[in-house]
Write a protein that binds this ligand. Structure first.
Ligand code: NAP
Length: 249
């Protein structure tokens, strides 16, 4: 029996679900349930955590999953690690589907690359002035205390998890963004340094072009390490071909 689980929450995951649905491959897409109005893929969807490694193991067994595609966001490292562990122990084929990062971006060599969010803050401090933080609401706790008294511009999809300092300005928006709009935001808020993470993709790339135009330095948090030995694809078409190889006719 064929049953493909797509661990989702990304555009690539939605693209893959659409391709597999069109080919009639039985699948379930899984979302964490963090976003109040998620963009839903076509086809069956389950929402919410599995309950760690044990919960995912039970789910794959109960649902007789024959292949898993981890198409979670490049920074969703816990879900990816759980998938790698469980698929290895159950001998279920696993593919990692992740869009290319921005390391190949023409400006990448001019940015400051750091390993974590604290190092990103320190790099921004070395520049000074208002930082524009686009690393996501789960990362803000790294900066709240150190930047309690200074102007910080933050852009979030969902409301912050905890109250933020009065000096901070929060923009709520999900993108995609246009370069001209990004430039206008940076000018309006007198942004002096951009803090981002290596999400990759075109939806949120415009801020990087805007930063170049305005000569605003960019600090990029590198992607977390992933489990070794997992097959990889960088787009939904390649992932669909992998799934078809696994499930056969
Ligand atoms: P994470 O740190 O890797 O995962 C934390 C926990 O959330 C996991 O242990 C799992 O709970 C649950 N979870 C994560 N992805 C799930 C999925 N697709 N289906 C079911 N449960 C899932 O993940 P995160 O960084 O919080 O991201 C959560 C979701 O948002 C992901 O699906 C990701 O693709 C999407 N997303 C993340 C980012 C980002 O910057 N991190 C950006 C855009 C979209 P259990 O242990 O209970 O199974």
């Amino acid at each position: 029996m064929t049953h493909v689980l797509i661990l989702g929450g990304t555009a690539e995951a939605r693209d893959l679900a659409a391709l597999l649905e069109a080919k009639g491959v039985p699948l379930t897409s899984s979302l964490a349930g963090r976003v109040s109005r998620p963009r839903l893929p076509v086809g069956p969807v389950r929402i919410g955590g599995f309950g760690g490694v044990e919960g995912l193991t039970d789910w794959l067994r109960e649902q007789q999953v024959s292949a898993v595609v981890d198409a979670t966001h490049p920074f969703a490292a816990t879900m990816g690690a759980h998938a790698a562990q469980v698929c290895s122990s159950l001998r279920v084929p696993l593919l990692r589907l992740a869009r290319p990062g921005w390391v190949q971006h023409p400006d990448a060599a001019s940015w400051t690359w750091v390993g974590d969010h604290v190092a990103a803050r320190e790099a921004a401090d070395a520049v000074g002035g208002t930082p524009f933080v686009t690393t996501g609401r789960q990362t803000l706790h790294h900066h709240v205390e150190a930047w309690a008294e200074r102007p910080v511009l933050v852009r979030l999809v969902e409301p912050p998890e905890a109250p933020l300092p009065d000096a901070w300005t929060v923009l709520r928006s999900r993108g995609p963004f246009a370069v001209a709009d990004e430039e206008a935001i940076m000018r309006e808020h007198d942004v002096r340094v951009l803090l981002t993470k290596d999400s990759g993709g075109r939806f949120t790339e415009a801020k990087l072009d805007a930063a170049r135009h305005l000569e605003v330095p960019v600090v990029v948090v590198s992607r977390p390490a992933r489990a070794e030995g997992v097959a990889e694809a960088s787009d939904a078409v390649a992932a669909a071909a992998w799934v078809e190889d696994q499930v056969g006719d």
